[in-house]
Ligand binder design. Structure first.
Ligand code: MD3
Ligand code: FE
Length: 203
């Protein structure tokens, strides 16, 4: 199904389900090479969400700021390459939502355990805001907070479930958004966690 959440934001419920059998082993291999870690914000706070990346660049945060970097600071090595199944999932979803030719080079992988949250923010570290961001939700359901162009805009709440994909383009690309503290639970496939993939054209 296809639901328009805002101008340029399209929710594709269950879009990732047909990719699951290939997707989950590919994710396990990435996490083995580049384990989840809790990044420190420029303000000195430890994020409750744990993160890793795949692709030619990855999103990182430290006391100096936010950036895309070709090197995983934890290993000193390049990030794991983006597996073809991930690239295909992101490109197919973007195409379905009306953004043909999407070629992400970065995939940020967020891991939430019960209680973890992501405060309201904008994604502005990419060079081309004309390209959408594609997000894939896996595991426990989360309440996604979707605001507007101003921080003070009251966010709408969406429950994102295992297999749901959202394509964020057009004006919504710069809207404020976040994730409410994850409720406890047990997912049949993913266990006691939520994993979110965001595919980005970083440069
Ligand atoms: C709306 N992740 O990694 S995905 C992020 O569930 C991030 O882990 C959340 O926000 C998560 O930056 C939300 C949905 C999402 C991602 C990027 C967006 C929504 C967006 C960019 C612009 C507008
Ligand atoms: Fe974001």
């Amino acid at each position: 199904s296809r639901e328009v959440m805002a101008d340029g934001a399209v929710l594709l419920r269950g879009f990732a389900r047909p990719f699951e059998a290939e997707l989950l082993p590919a994710l396990r291999a990435i996490v083995k090479q580049a384990p989840f870690r809790h990044l420190i914000t420029p303000g000195g706070h430890r994020m409750s969400v744990a993160m890793t990346n795949c692709g030619s660049v990855g999103w990182v945060s430290d006391h100096t700021g936010y950036r895309y970097d070709a090197i995983d600071p934890a290993s000193g090595q390049k990030w794991p390459a983006m597996p073809p199944v991930l690239y295909r999932l992101a490109a197919d979803a973007a195409d379905d939502a009306g953004f043909s030719g999407f070629g992400p080079e970065a995939c940020l992988i967020n891991r939430y355990v019960p209680g973890a949250k992501l405060s309201l923010h904008q994604d502005r570290d990419e060079l081309d805001f004309g390209a959408p961001i594609v997000s894939v939700s896996l595991g426990l359901p989360a309440i996604f907070l979707f605001g507007g162009p101003k921080r003070a805009d009251k966010p709408d709440r969406y429950r994102l479930e295992h297999g749901d994909v959202v394509v964020w383009g057009g004006p919504s690309r710069l809207y404020f958004h976040g994730v409410a503290p994850l409720a406890d639970g047990e997912h049949a496939v993913m266990g006691r966690q939520r994993i979110n993939l965001t595919f980005r054209k970083a440069r």
